[in-house]
Design a protein around this ligand. Structure first.
Ligand code: SAH
Length: 466
């Protein structure tokens, strides 16, 4: 028989709390009689009256009813829908403090999960943006319908309710105009929005991509089915509204799924790509391929990756999880050769095209899982001087880490969008004979709780001799 544990608080209780920290999702952390409560919108140093929303065995969630003592770092969020929209988490915190929060997040993970001694590793302050607004080059918003017509905006946190928006202050201005225009034209021409519950209707998402270096614009309309009523009129109006438009793509997704894109894409007007640049390298970006969303900070991050790779020109570099080859091409400027591996075939096709576009012949790309392809390369006798990994949020596959340990490259450059899995993987690499030397967090996503990190690990001398 299980005994029901008596918690110090219950749902709907109102409690007074001192907030002492922010968790990974940027919620305030407070303790009530030893029991941890996560309080949305509360900041460290504040005392709040909060209402308990949900309790679990070890922690619960609460919302602020009243701020009794306010933090001096509290800001008035410039966005009018900040409180409802799930896009940003930190607009109420001064930007300098956001950077400190992210630095602490990275340090805590490296210490607690990674087991690193922070007296021996240089973990630098987060590199922030001079202008931390309007930084995103890609926006994808779900479309819905209300009485007045089409609406579009991000979801309310933990829901699929669309919060209609007129402007989003972290995306490029033109994306606002695109979303407004599609809503306006679509409403006028009677193009129905997709209804997720009924799996009916047509327009699911509008995606806008903008090349910061080139000024080129792409609009992608994701539809539940092929036929778009008044399609030509829609296309004509978009073309005349945006003189820098280079591409309109329709992507068809008829599945019941949260995944935005379907498998089939059709160019409705213009080219299948837009171009953008990072440093001196040009990239063709297609509707579905992944491209870093913050071009200003991407350059900062890649320059860090380049410095950590410490290339002299004679090296063989492996770029695992290479996407459309952005890091590979960046490093190929200084390496003898770069081998990239990526699991999505379209991304590899883009990577190869991007290599040709830049006239780079010292890069090769393979389609497949990094954890399968790299051991195969090793069996062919390939030796890597530097291995770069840039995995998705779940981090590197365990067998890939094992292969890296066996291959003993001089240096590993680990690019991560999730400090917890970075720390977990660093622990394994350290146990396998590598030493973490430098860690540089970069703020790619101001006003959200996310942080990007570049870490440099070197093979230890004794491991190298083995
Ligand atoms: N380095 C790229 C992309 C990083 S995103 C850039 O900076 O733009 C992570 C990439 O890893 C995605 O493109 C994803 O498709 C790919 N990926 C995910 N699992 C993989 C695996 N097991 N092996 C190889 N690539 C993988």
């Amino acid at each position: 028989m299980s005994k029901k544990i008596q918690l110090p608080v219950q749902k709907n209780d109102e409690v007074e709390l001192k907030i002492h920290d922010l968790n990974h999702e940027a919620m305030g952390v407070g303790r009530y009689e030893g029991y941890t409560l996560f309080v949305k919108d509360a900041l460290p140093g504040e005392v709040v009256k909060a209402k308990v929303l949900k309790t679990k065995k070890n922690f619960g969630y609460a919302k602020v009813l009243e701020i009794l003592e306010q933090s001096p770092a509290r800001m008035k969020p410039p966005c009018p829908i900040f409180a409802r929209c799930g896009g940003c988490q930190l607009q109420h915190l001064a930007y300098e403090e956001q950077l400190k929060y992210k630095e602490q997040l990275v340090k805590n993970d490296l210490e607690r999960i990674g087991g690193l001694d922070l007296n021996k590793v240089n973990v630098y302050p987060v590199i922030g943006m001079e202008k931390p607004w309007r930084y995103r080059n890609k926006t994808q918003v779900p479309i819905g319908e209300e009485e007045g017509g089409l609406i579009g905006g991000f979801y309310r946190p933990r829901s699929h309710d669309i919060i209609d928006m007129e402007a989003c202050l972290i995306q490029h201005e033109q994306h606002d105009q695109v979303i407004q225009k599609v809503k306006e034209i679509g409403t006028r021409l009677g193009i129905p929005a997709y209804n997720e519950d009924k799996h009916s209707g047509l327009l699911r998402h509008v995606v806008a991509k903008y090349g910061f270096a080139t000024g080129q614009l792409m609009i992608v309309l994701v539809t539940n089915g092929e036929h778009i009523p008044a399609k030509n009129k829609l296309v004509d109006e978009l073309v005349s509204a945006f003189p820098n438009l280079k591409s309109i793509v329709q992507n068809i997704n008829t599945k019941r799924t949260n995944v935005i894109f379907g498998d089939e894409s059709k160019v409705l007007w213009g080219e299948p790509y837009i171009y953008d640049k990072i440093g001196d390298i040009r990239f063709a970006i297609s509707a579905r391929s992944f491209f870093q969303v913050n071009p200003v900070q991407t350059q900062v991050l890649y320059e860090k990756a380049m410095a950590y790779a410490d290339l002299e020109g004679h090296e063989t570099v492996i770029d695992a999880y290479c996407g459309i080859g952005t890091i590979s091409l960046f490093l190929a400027q200084k390496a003898k050769q770069v081998l990239g591996v990526e699991v999505v075939p379209e991304a590899v096709a883009d990577a190869k095209r991007n290599a040709r576009l830049n006239g780079m012949t010292n890069v090769q790309f393979a389609v497949g899982e990094a954890e399968k392809i790299i051991p195969w390369w090793r069996a062919q006798g390939i030796k890597a001087d530097v291995i770069v990994v840039d995995p998705p949020r779940k981090g590197c596959d365990g067998s890939l880490l094992k292969t890296i340990i066996e291959m003993k490259p001089e240096r590993v450059v680990y690019i991560s969008c999730n400090p917890s899995t970075l720390a977990r993987d660093i622990k394994i690499l350290e146990a396998g004979g590598f030493e973490t030397r430098e860690v540089q967090p970069v703020d790619m996503f101001p006003h959200t709780s996310h942080v990007e990190v570049a870490a440099k690990l070197v093979v230890t001398y004794s491991h190298h001799l083995r």
